[in-house]
Design a protein around this ligand. Sequence first.
Ligand code: SF4
Length: 267
Amino acid sequence: MSGVISLTYSKVKTFLSCRKAYWLDYESGLPRPPETDTIGGMIGTGVHRALARLCDTGDPAHGASELDAYLRMPSHEAVGPGTEYHDLAFELYQRGVAAHQSIESEDRWAELQGQALAHSRGIRLWAKIDRVDRLPGGHWQVIDWKTGRFDVGEETDAQLDIYHVILRTVRRLPAEAEVTAVGWNLRTGEKRVRSLTRADAAATVSYLSGLAHRIQSVAEFEAMPGPACGFCRWRPQCPESAEADAFAEALFGYDAEPEDTPPAGEP
Ligand code: SF4
């Protein structure tokens, strides 16, 4: 590989988690195996779509209509009306409405898409940001809505840092503009907040440029079996993942002999 490399947060995350998965996803040209919708994924997508409508008009009814229509789709039967997940989706949306009403913005954008091309550094960043607000006093805010039971702090930070660069580029923010980037979890109520400056944006671009060079230098995209296998669409076709499971089974799968088992009542 050579020249400019396009990076997204998920591309970076995939490379760092498993190089083989990165190659399969982005370099191999193989058609990606279809992913099955998970309950959490459907709830998250529905709530995000509803929050985008809310952000567009400011009317909670518009987001509620969108969420209702999404959850009633036959392919989303598992989270449809009458299920606990349907109620959960609306509960999360209502928390999103409260979050929206707590933000005093001068202007706002939902699902702001953009790219930042740093040709000299050999990277093009791309992202779609859930929500951007221009706040009073020349301050800006980026929000990434979360709907899962927990978040990994470092992953949220890395995601927000890329969104920050995209915002500065797309809206052409002045150097002195300050940006607050928030990973806002509507399920847990937790807000992961980063106060970011232009220097932070430059540091993010520098890091990602270095990572891009690293990616371009890799000749063999080795499998890295680990936690990522649990979410990997290529797992059924990945012998290394099965071999890692078999290795762990042999290493830790000790079956206690009957005589090793303490009598009931003994510690
Ligand atoms: S199943 Fe695991 S080891 Fe195989 S490509 Fe996916 S993440 Fe990598």
